[in-house]
Design a protein around this ligand. Sequence first.
Ligand SMILES: [Zn+2]
Length: 211
Amino acid sequence: MPPGGRMSHCACRASSLHLKPPTAFPTVPAQRQPSWRVSWRGDRRWCHGDSSAPLGNDEATEEDRAYMRRALGLARRGLGATAPNPAVGCVVVKNGEVVGEGFHPKAGLPHAEVYALRAAGNMAEGATAYVTLEPCNHYGRTPPCSRALVEARVSKVVVGIVDPNPLVDNEGIKTLQKAGIQVVVGCLEEQCYEINKDFMVGIQEQDSSRG
Ligand SMILES: [Zn+2]
């Protein structure tokens, strides 16, 4: 069976990229539906399951897209070297000026956000961070980037695309929002999907094999 099937709640035109939740996943109230039911709508937007549960607070602006393009350029520098991790780029902007940037160079080394926040230092406080993929929220070989962003006291995070891994369940975004950080989700989503297509497809295949 191809990964996922057309989902009735969604107006998406293309079904091949739909993600299917694992059947054993606990039921959550509608207003907290996780967005791993992200779906490609065939143009440049993803939708996140129920429209009653939008992720993020605002739409991306033209300025956001410009900085996300820069973050994508950084992410590309890690392409081919990050497996099994995705290639990710991060730019930290304060008062219209780039104060830190970074990318994930290789599995086992720090994530893009860590390099960008290190470079920004105290300038990260009150700044906006642009990250091509939802910040991680788990302790792996490095501490979670969501916590690093909270501790750096950034005021806004613009996320290119949610992590489609159902186990992530938007926890990275939720951690930021719970800390009072403004979060914009879905800035240049198509490009942020394409740059990690193999990773995204791999997650979907794992998902369908579970379900
Ligand atoms: Zn991370």
